[in-house]
Design a protein around this ligand. Sequence first.
Ligand SMILES: [Zn+2]
Length: 298
Amino acid sequence: MRTQLIGDIRIDRVVDMEGPFAPLDHMVPGAPAGLIDANAGWLRPRFVEAETDKLILAFQSFLLRTPRHTILVDCCLGNDKVRHDRPQWTSRQGPWLDNLRAHGVEPEDIDIVTCTHLHADHVGWNTRRVDGRWVPTFPNARYVFARTEYEHWAAEARAVRANPDLPPLNHGSFDDSVLPVVEAGQALLVDSDHQIEDAIWLEPAPGHTPGNVIVQIQDPRGRAVLIGDVMHTVAQLGAPEHSSRFCLDPAQSAETRLRLLDAVAETDTLVLGAHIPTPAAGRVVRNGDAFRFETGEG
Ligand SMILES: [Zn+2]
């Protein structure tokens, strides 16, 4: 993704991982058979691998640089983590930190971190392992979490601790990538419509998780929205009523997605998704009863 500018705000992406992930019917159960063929003209090969028909997914953060702050939205998978039931996410030695530095940003430069929700693939780089302990990766940052989201998972964590038969919460990520930030005193629990700056704020987007949020960036000179996991793959634009298998409340997730798509379709709003692969950003346009994605890059 080339740097996107919304007024004085620069948006870049920092990739942790990108590649073919899974077929549509695995990722979005109930999606109509034939959806990819019907939308092949804009889906293949950028968003769907032609040979295997697997969806291509990215795991990425967005870096926002404003005149006042350096802000990171979502923290991907992280390195050195042990992830119950996720061998491909375990003991990773990925290049994310180098990718951040390639933008001229050191961990110490980050003022604000926010996670759209607290799943394992959005909190990983919140922490890193130093001398066998998990410490906040960004020593000078305030980590902004929606209170509804944090309290949901904190309650789940108590239930897990009370029942040793339950698997580690969110593959183990709550304990090694969320709690150490809270224990270091760097977490700020906020309302789901929290204003980060005049032109940047959170907006509630429940369904994928109870306290899921998106990040709105609006300036008289442009608009962008960081949609997190409100849509996991742009293939869902062809059948937006179908939610991913990872959504805790699929019906509410669909309602949130449809409302968002109606708001951004046929506008100049730049849509950036946590899992939308290269170039990660585009515009939503109507396509019959559904939608499609226009990246503006050949
Ligand atoms: Zn995700």
